[in-house]
Design a protein around this ligand. Structure first.
Ligand SMILES: C[C@H](O)[C@H](O)[C@H]1CNC2=NC(N)=NC(=O)C2=N1
Length: 181
């Protein structure tokens, strides 16, 4: 991968910026990449293409607890909701998610409803037009892969990293099932 994504805040010095695209690398080991053409999307081509529903469905298994849904404009999103002990702890969870989003330069929609139900929705807003290869040695400039706003690798990387955020101290304990009478 060439180039440093200039739009992202600098990483802490102890962590070299490595964008791993290797297949099989855990999502939590990957880094989000800019998906705007003017921010170098071409150099991260593979990670900026919009994922179709079958690809998104397959990747869901790597992010337990998340669901796939389509918005009014048929755009795919990822969604997960938690129940926290208090309203303030819901805001604290949003704060912790926000820190990861700022580090990764990829941001979720955050909703707190019913005072203690923070929900996260992830999708990539950027519209990216990337040239696509036509045959092994021809770049068909007139043929563009139109990656519309929707789900990209970035969203799954963010979902996996959000799953890793310590949050047990914020969450309501699941109700104990009443013992069978
Ligand atoms: C410059 C910066 O990298 C881009 O504007 C990022 C910011 N965060 C983002 N977050 C999301 N969810 N989608 C984007 O397309 C996006 N673009």
């Amino acid at each position: 991968m060439s180039g440093e994504a200039s739009s992202h805040p600098p990483l802490p010095s102890h962590k070299p910026r490595v964008v791993s695209l290797a297949a099989g690398t855990a999502l939590t080991e990957k880094r989000c990449v800019p998906c705007e053409a003017d921010k170098g999307a071409l150099s991260y081509m593979g990670m900026c293409l919009t994922l179709d529903r079958p690809a998104a469905q397959r990747m869901l298994s790597e992010i337990p607890g998340w669901e796939l849904f389509e918005d009014a404009e048929q755009r795919l999103h990822l969604r997960r909701q938690w129940r926290t002990k208090t309203f303030v702890k819901a805001l604290e969870l949003c704060e912790r998610i926000g820190e990861v989003a700022e580090t990764e330069g990829h941001h979720p929609d955050l909703h707190v409803t019913g005072w203690n139900k923070p929900a996260v929705e992830l999708w990539t807003h950027a519209r990216v037009e990337l040239p696509c290869q036509q045959g092994w040695n021809k770049l068909a400039v007139e043929l563009w892969t139109h990656a519309r706003d929707g789900l990209t690798d970035n969203d799954f990387i963010m979902a996996a990293k959000i799953n890793e955020i310590p949050k047990e101290d914020l969450l309501r304990k699941p109700k104990k099932k009443l013992a069978e009478e």
